[in-house]
Design a protein around this ligand. Sequence first.
Ligand code: SAJ
Length: 431
Amino acid sequence: MGLRERIESGEAVLGVVGLGYVGLPLAVEMAKAGHRVIGLEVSAEKADLVNAGTSYIPDVPTQELADLVSAGLIEATTDFSRAGETDAIAICVPTPLNEMKEPDTSYMETAARSITPYLHPEMLITLESTTYPGTTEEVIQPILESGGLKVGTDLYLAFSPERVDPGNPVYQTRNTPKVIGGVTPACTEAAVALYGRYIDTVVPVSSTRVSEMTKLLENTFRGVNIALMNELLMLCERMDINLWEVIDAAKTKPFGYMAFYPGPGLGGHCIPIDPFYLSWKAKEYDFRTEFIDLSGRINENMPYYVINRLMDAMNDQRKPLADSKVLVLGVAYKSDIDDMRESPAIRIAELLLEKQARIVYHDPFVPSFVVSGTEVTSVELTPETVADADVVLIITAHKDIDYGMIASRASLVFDTRNALAGVDSQNVVRL
Ligand code: SAJ
């Protein structure tokens, strides 16, 4: 029975390399569609947790995972030879930047090399990791073919960017449209047939490069527009115009506008990183992506700008930053999640320490984190801790915080997220 028949019959056994915030939800959707799923993980700890039916990804309810594991539909292993039991494998591994802000494709390459010895004819491999146009066919395909099988005749190969927005209450893996581009039309068709079994909407495109570029466009669009807001923030501060109010007014335009906001910097594993995958590849074509480079400079500068503005606000109260007690409120990279990756709060905390400030922080989602080699733990947020600080610095505006108490008890608030919108008080300064 060929791949298409095995897909349509539900008998296709599916593999997922990398059971993180992308791979585990994907494995769950595959299993909920009735496919047996083998999770291929380098982390024995993650594999053990999955096999114990314990979710470590907030978007995957433990009970849902446990039911699928006990039904024999999901299992995880560090034994990559099990890839040979599958008909299709999705690669969902990290694509970070290295110290030089260049793409680090090592995780994808290792994943491809780990499954290559076990590939068999009629297998479909899809790469989901966000990466530059060309990766699938220039990097992954040669590795997969090094086992002797050829894409287009023995193997199917496609790129389908992950579009997971951690913590999104509306859009999860199943109901977020999935773009799919194959090396050949038959590769695209095979991937569309498979993904259509557990994703509501699949969007075939003509090539892997179009598919790779689609994701980079989505996130570069965000990074550039956030940088624009950050640049306009600096202008409006000089012009004594409240940009937050301007954005709220612009938002009333029911077409042709999409609201972005200034902030203390760009965090997360996507937006600060993805655009640099494109700007790096562009150099190969003698092309400088000036918007991306400029937006990177502006966004990377925001933590420094925050410190300068904070010192201005404290100066107005005749308070030096040195030896002052700063209560940092919210350190996760965005509101209402626990993820610290690339959070601007880390850089801001480092800069505060360099200025000899004394810092404490409160974040209901982040019990502790390391700054300049020292682990700091979240303090309880009480009127006393607020009143005891020389300044409360709001970096991430989680919803369940009593901002009214903050405004009334703090001697000074520096608000980088407009969390105290509408509070017009001498002791509240906004970015
Ligand atoms: N940020 C701003 N101003 C904004 C929006 C975001 O400063 O107007 C900051 C955030 O505080 C955060 C960083 O930028 O530090 C990234 O925020 P994000 O809202 O883009 O959230 P992410 O990083 O979780 O982005 C993900 C992306 N999803 C995928 O890559 C699959 C992105 O494409 C989504 O659009 C985004 O979630 C989303 O919409 O929430």
